[in-house]
Ligand binder design. Sequence first.
Ligand code: NI
Length: 192
Amino acid sequence: MAVLPIYVAPHPVLKKPAAPVAEVTDETRQLVKDMLETMYATRGIGLAAPQVGLSLRVLVMDVEQTGGETGEDGDAAPFVPGKPFAVINPEIVWTSDALNTYEEGCLSIPGQYAEVERPEKVRVKYLDENGQPQEMEADGLLATCVQHEIDHLDGILFTDHLSSLKRDMLLRKLKKWTREHEEDMKESYVLP
Ligand code: NI
């Protein structure tokens, strides 16, 4: 297993629509394992393959992980994985009319957050890591997460859902943030 470097916006791989996985193989399963390890290491709740530089329709999620929070003594609480998902070639087959707003962040847009409105519930068809067809009905944070990650597979970032004014402001802040953290980011990020 390996923790993979995260590609930071505006890297071109993040704007490119990803290709479907032709066949789920051991290589796909290894990618899923590495992506989960990367997601847990960076304390993300979701990660899409383009974020590790691979233009493939693969994503992982776990919105139920716990621990890792730093207490007053400076020690982190033990980290416990929750309910990991591997989602391959996903397709949104239904969305609710009702909408929900969450403050979203993204491992590829580090340090920046904004409120995004999306359908409250979605139904998604996909293949699991064994190549078996699955369907999930998601609501709450999982619904937001799966829509955010599927967007990544279509070259869409959460900033693309904002007004151009807000988007420009956030991307300027990201540029500044990246410049300030460049030294620390060298090891685990690929800068544009
Ligand atoms: Ni993201």
